[in-house]
Ligand binder design. Sequence first.
Ligand code: EPZ
Length: 443
Amino acid sequence: MSQIQIIGGNCLHGQLRINGAKNSLLPIMTACLMVQGTIYLHDVPKLSDLNQMLHILADLGCTVNIKGNTVKIEVNELNTHIINDQAAPKIRGSIFVMGALLSRLGKVELPFPGGCAIGSRPIDLHLTLLKQIGVKCHCRDNKIYATYQPRHHHKPTILSLDFPSVGATENIIQATALGIPGNTYIIHGAAKEPEIVDLCNFLNQCGAQIHNAGTDTITIHSVAKLHGTTYAPIPDRINTGSYLIAVAVTGGDVTLTNTIPEHHINLINKLKAVGARITVDKDTIHIIVSRRRAQNFNIHTAPYPGFPTDLQSQFCVLTALTKGHSTITENLFENRFRYVPELVKLGAQITIEHNQAQIKGVSKLTATPTHNLCPSSYQIPKPQTCLGTTVTAHDLRGGVALVIAALAAHGTTTINHAEYIYRGHQDIVKDLRQLGANIVALD
Ligand code: EPZ
C-alpha cells in the first residue's frame, strides 16, 4: 500500500505543466489496434492505467516501445482476439478494445472491464449500440464474446444513445470508423466530451472520416484501412481542474501551462465566485487566491459541458472550507461520495442523503500535528507518532480530494492507498512539492 503524507497550511506558488489526458489516451491506444503501421504518441504520462492498456496491446501483438513520455506502437498483424485476463479487469478503458477489435478482426473475447469503484459501471449502452450495427454478443462467466460481419448498406445506419455515455460513444466510433467504404453511421445522443473530439482527431489523422465530434450527432463514413501517425493528446482537463481547485483551497499564485482554457469555463466561473482572480492566455491559466468569499453553491454533475463528475470530490473540499451552505448532487455515479467520511475526520461538516451532499463550510480543517514528515524511507507500518491523522483513498478522484484537503488541514495527514491517485497522476507529490507543499510519498 502506498501512502502520501502532507503537513498542511502552505499556500501554493509557481508554475506547473499539465500532462496528456489519461481519458483521451486510453481510447486512442485501443484505436491503435485499428491501424496498420506505426503510431507515435507524445506527452504520455506514466500512469498505471496507461501501462495496463499498453500490456493489453502488446498481448494482442503490437510492438510497444516507451521512451520518456513518447510511446511508439507498431501494429501489423494482431495475433489474437482474446484480451488478457489479468490487465483488462483492472481498468475501465479495456472495454474500448471491443469496438477496435470488432472493426479490425470481426471478433473479440474480453473480461468485464474494471475501473474505480464509483458505481456499478454497467456496459449495457455499449452492447446496445454494437448490436444496433449487427454485432452478435453474449456474456458468460463475467466475459463478453462478440462477433461482427459488417455488410454494405446503401443508406446511413442511424444509431441512438439513451444517455451520452463517454465510453459507449468511444466504442461505437471505433467499431464503425474502420469497415466497408461507403457505409455511413449517424450517432444521435453522442457524448460531447473533449476526449471524444481527441479520439476522432486521432482517427481522422490516421485516415478515418468522422465528422461533428464534440456535438451530440456524430457522422462516420467507414474506411477500409487506417495508417500510422504521430499524435499528442489534449491536456488532462480533470487534473487541470484539480490543481485549480487546490489553489482555491490553499490560497496562492499558480500558473498552469499546457491547458485548454475553454475546457474549464464552468469551473472557472465557480472559482471566480469565491474570489479567485483567474486570467487565461492561449494555453495557460493563471490563478491567484488571497482570500475566499462566502458562497452557497448548488452543484449538479452532468455530462460535458456541465460540471464534471470527475471534479465533484475535489470541489466538495472547496465548499467544505467556504463560508456558507452548499449542496452537491452527483447525477452520474451512484457511489461517488466515499471520500466524505474521510473529510469528516478532518473536521468537515458534510452529510449525505441519497445522491446529494449537504455541506456547511467551516473555517479550517485539522489533523494531528507531528514535528515533521515521515522520512520517505520508512517501511510500513510506521510509528504512529509519525502519521498524524490517517485517511483512506477509495478511488482516484476521491483520493485527489483527500490530498487537497490535507494541503489545507492544520497538522499532518497521511493518505492510505495512494496507488489510486497514481492511476491518474504521474507524480502528484513532485508536482505539489514544486508548488511549495510540504508533502512526501511513503512507499
Ligand atoms: C468515463 O467513464 C471516464 N473514464 C470517467 O472518468 C468519467 O467519470 C465518465 O466517463 C463520465 O465523464 C474514462 O474515460 C476511462 P460513462 P465511462 O459511460 O465511459 C452509465 C476517471 O476518474 N452507463 O459516460 O465509464 C454509468 O453507470 C473516470 O478518470 C450505463 O448505464 O462513463 C454512469 O452512470 C471515473 N451503461 C453514466 O452512464 C453503460 O453501458 C456515465 O458513464 C455505460 C455507462
